[in-house]
Write a protein that binds this ligand. Structure first.
Ligand SMILES: [Zn+2]
Length: 333
């Protein structure tokens, strides 16, 4: 009897003790630690350099064709399912261009998918250059940096340890053939049906002709000009409008990793970029990680000029962006 009574008392005590010390549910859950393959900035830098060496990737030129072949081969080598979307388009200055959106997919059967994108074409003229406004330029940051980060992510995904979500990497073409700001000249032709801007032709096309019928992603992240030394990424207006929780997730991940110098929690105006059409036409909540330079604004003083060359590119910046994205992907459940 005594023993039983004692046992009962102990049980009651344990029950009360447990009830008093029980933590709220969310705190109680063990912190999930996920092994994220480390992002290699040397490799990402190599991919940026490689693109610059082809020459400006202006549609209808040889470097454009060579770069496309390079991307397709690399994605295949890194184990992706690759779909190339070939299409013709007309530019504001009435050039007929042959464009290619290149899509590399991992875990093709996974229902929950994350879309990462960047544009791979180079603007045909440096219209914001101080001297040679009609010169071609390298586009090391404007185009090549985002693609370089995505190629490195592809290489890492190809090593076999996959996140639990499906991943689609999309390289958009024809982003950068918008009107020439140095002449102020208006277009003499009508914008083709289905388009609402001369910029972002590839993303507008893709969002209305997805590579897989009824394709949808849980959310998307666009990279544009993500390689400049000490670059800062502010929270862009259209991203906040269409996908505020994705902005929150990405900026919080960056801050957990110690990249608060790069990912600044300050809101700025919205811009026209590929994410706008993935949101508007494609109905996928998508954000833009894009360089905003304090004192200059979007995008930086090198923008659309011959200053946009390899000397701008920093491995530290590529690393901040790449590691953040890898963590976002691998922590997704
Ligand atoms: Zn541009």
């Amino acid at each position: 009897m005594i023993l039983k009574k004692t046992t009962l008392l102990v049980l009651i005590f344990l029950f009360i003790f447990n009830a008093c010390t029980k933590k709220p549910k969310e705190e109680q859950a063990p912190l999930r630690i996920v092994q994220v393959p480390p992002f290699n900035a040397d490799s990402a830098y190599f991919f940026v350099e490689k693109q610059v060496k082809f020459g400006p990737r202006v549609p209808n030129t040889k470097p454009h064709q060579q770069a496309a072949n390079y991307f397709i081969n690399k994605f295949k080598k890194y184990g992706a399912t690759v779909i190339v979307q070939d299409f013709d388009a007309i530019t504001w200055d009435n050039q007929k261009v042959q464009l290619k959106n290149i899509i590399a997919s991992y875990n093709p059967d996974a229902k929950k998918r994350i879309l990462l994108a960047a544009h791979w074409d180079t603007r045909p003229y440096a219209d914001k250059d101080t001297a040679k406004k009609d010169a071609p330029f390298d586009g090391a940051n404007d185009g090549a940096s985002g693609v370089g980060v995505l190629l490195e992510i592809s290489r890492l995904l190809g090593q076999g340890k996959m996140p639990s979500v499906g991943v689609d990497l999309i390289l958009f073409d024809g982003e950068d053939w918008g009107k020439d700001s140095s002449t102020g000249q208006e277009s003499k032709i009508q914008m083709p049906e289905g388009y609402e801007e001369w910029w972002c032709i590839g993303s507008q096309y893709w969002a209305k002709h997805k590579h897989i019928k009824n394709y949808i992603a849980y959310y998307g992240i666009l990279l544009d000009m993500v390689g400049a030394k000490h670059a800062q990424f502010f929270r862009e207006g259209a991203s906040l409008e269409f996908a505020p929780s994705v902005v929150e997730k990405v900026w919080n991940t960056a801050s957990r990793l110690g990249y608060t110098d790069y990912f600044v929690k300050t809101n700025v105006a919205g811009i026209i970029d590929d994410h706008l059409y993935v949101n508007e036409f494609g109905k996928i909540p998508t954000i833009d990680i894009v360089h905003y330079q304090t004192g200059v604004g979007f995008f930086g003083d090198y923008h659309h000029s011959r200053k946009d060359n390899l000397s701008l590119i920093s491995k530290e910046t590529l690393s901040a962006v790449g590691a953040t994205l890898m963590n976002v992907l691998y922590y997704e459940e």
